[in-house]
Write a protein of this length. Structure first.
Length: 115
């Protein structure tokens, strides 16, 4: 019997400054930034479903996401796109095929939002 589950526990995102990244991601996701930074370099974002851990120990320009390793969900792609534009977040695509777009976080990680 296979003891490995067919589910993802968490995704690590390399960030340069853990405290700035914590504030940025919590603001983006509309979640409280209450949790503590663990071991000086990790922050577990309060997520529904698969987790995201911000990690400043793994950060380097070579390690940032050059393509989306996952996507954040939305129920309204147009509202999400407008929200990101209003926040001044760097959008790297328009809404594609009516379902998704890419953007960069302050550290240059390429991420995706998908309906």
């Amino acid at each position: 019997m296979n003891s490995i589950l067919n589910e993802i526990g968490t995704v690590f995102i390399p960030v340069q400054n853990i405290h700035k990244a914590k504030a940025w991601y919590c603001d983006l996701l509309g979640v409280p930034a209450k949790g503590e930074v663990i071991a000086g370099h990790l922050y577990v974002l309060p997520m529904n479903g698969t987790g995201i851990v911000l990690d400043s120990k793994i950060y380097s320009e070579e390690n940032i996401y050059k393509w989306p390793a996952f996507h954040l969900n939305t129920k309204d792609i147009n509202a999400a796109y407008s929200f990101m534009k209003e926040k001044g977040i760097e959008l790297t695509t328009e809404i594609e095929n009516g379902h998704w777009f890419n953007f960069k976080d302050p550290d240059g990680n390429l991420l995706m939002i998908c309906q």
